[in-house]
Design a protein around this ligand. Structure first.
Ligand code: FAD
Length: 411
């Protein structure tokens, strides 16, 4: 078995996964002079195109993003917003529509709210870090008292002092640590989503009228809908604006099993059928799509790190999890990335405490401290967001849902 870091003793942190969690952690560690390598399963071409793209809203977690970046990258963050011309304000809101009548039923106060286009943000976060692509983690071994070895599908391996699983909802690291307990819990909801550019000038302007960033809807038939900006390359040319939209609905696990091999055309039909029951903008969104427009779907799931039997062995602080690998949080309350970035800042502090130039504690203690806080914080959030998902898809409970009652404040 070869070693992709040539057995270098200097590599301290092996980060698995080049999503926002892994890349931001690498940026923070680089700033602090700690050598880290990020390993990504996909090859460079695939991650450069990010064809399965979406956007995410940062609100209470935004400071974490800025704190980890060198100033030359932090200065460019604005370019990666869905609409780089927008300035966040303390009185920003997320409007919610009645999905049938189109009335705005609530404007949820969100505080400063910034939406980033995932592909643009990741391309920024990749800059200047040691990223190895085409490296799918398949196994972890523990060497002498201070080392951990990551093994990859291409037959190579890498050695470091700490391995961080930042490999998303279906984390291979989590599976290696917990076996069947690592499996996300399936939830009875399905979402279908896509992005579209090339609306006519008039339509593009009409679609932006309710809010320049985003809008949600709840439908008496139990649907949740979202519509927002994905990219504004030129504010003056609405025909270039790209929109992102989705609809989610209750669907039994049996139905999900029967739909797992649906084609993109079938997912489009599912979306169109439901959009036709809704108020604008969803019939405009889904009605504008060509029959061969690429569609994506999600069978929703969660994973709660505080659930019984989900505590993993850190092997004396040599392995841990962060981001969606550590907690899979449903997305209707927009918390997953905010918590992931909080993980990054907290873990970064603990890595400095045990591996930095002025290290003052053992790795086992530092990782235990990080995990204790992270598991409590994100366990509570996972539960609250799953409850929120149930309530948003049940018309009789929508008004009592966490997002209606608490907005996007963290659990
Ligand atoms: C439609 C949608 C809307 C959302 N909206 C919001 C929002 O408004 N606000 C918010 O806070 N959050 C939101 N989220 C959640 C947010 O996107 C996630 O929390 C965030 O992307 C987690 O980042 P991550 O880096 O932890 O994981 P990921 O982004 O999943 O990255 C994991 C990386 O690991 C790689 N990988 C996986 N397995 C391996 C392996 N074995 N070896 C090597 N590499 C591997 C993957 O290829 C990937 O690059 C939303 C999510 C979705 C789907």
């Amino acid at each position: 078995m070869g070693t992709s870091n040539s057995g270098s003793q200097s590599t301290q942190v092996l980060i698995i996964g080049s999503g926002p969690t892994g890349l931001l952690l690498a940026q923070g560690l680089k700033k602090s002079g700690i050598k880290a390598i990020v390993f990504e399963r996909y090859d460079e071409d695939k991650i450069a195109s990010y064809s399965r793209d979406w956007n995410f809203g940062l609100h209470w977690g935004h400071d974490s993003l800025v704190a980890m970046l060198p100033s030359e990258l932090a200065d460019k963050l604005k370019d990666t917003q869905t609409d780089p011309t927008l300035e966040p304000h303390d009185d920003d809101t997320l409007p919610f529509k009645h999905g049938e009548t189109g009335d705005i039923i609530l404007r949820i106060p969100t505080g400063k709210f910034i939406r980033y286009t995932r592909s643009k943000l990741l391309n920024l976060l990749k800059q200047g870090i040691d990223l190895r692509c085409g490296k799918e983690l398949t196994n972890i071994r523990y060497g002498d008292a201070r080392s951990v070895i990551a093994e990859f599908g291409d037959g190579t391996a890498a050695t470091g002092q700490l391995l961080v699983g930042a490999d998303g909802t279906r984390s291979a690291v989590r599976k290696l640590l917990l076996g069947p307990k690592a499996e996300p819990r399936r939830l009875p909801y399905t979402a279908v989503w896509t992005q579209k550019t090339g609306f006519s000038r008039e339509q593009a302007i009409q679609l932006r009228q309710w809010n320049p960033q985003h809008m949600a809807g709840v439908h008496p038939a139990g649907m949740f809908m979202f519509h927002g900006m994905q990219d504004v390359p030129d504010l003056e040319d609405p025909t270039q604006w790209k929109y992102f939209f989705y609809i989610s609905w209750p669907s039994s696990i049996e139905w999900q099993d029967s739909a797992k091999d649906f084609t993109s055309e079938q997912w489009l039909a599912e979306g169109r059928k439901r959009a036709s029951m809704c108020c604008d903008p969803w019939p405009i969104d889904f009605g504008s799509l060509a029959d061969d427009h690429p569609m994506w779907h999600i069978f929703m799931s969660d994973w709660d790190p505080s659930a019984e039997g989900c505590k993993w062995d850190t092997h004396d602080g040599r392995v841990t999890l962060a981001g969606d690998a550590a907690h899979s949080i449903t997305f209707q309350r927009g918390q997953g990335l905010n918590h992931s970035l909080q993980d990054v800042v907290n873990l970064w502090k603990e890595i400095i405490a045990c591996l930095g130039p002025n290290a003052y504690c053992t790795q086992a203690d530092a990782i235990a401290r990080y995990e204790e806080e992270m598991v409590a914080r994100t366990g509570a959030e996972t539960k609250m967001c799953t409850m929120n998902t149930h309530m948003l898809h049940d018309w009789s409970k929508v008004q009592q849902s966490p997002v209606f009652k608490r907005g996007v404040a963290r659990a």
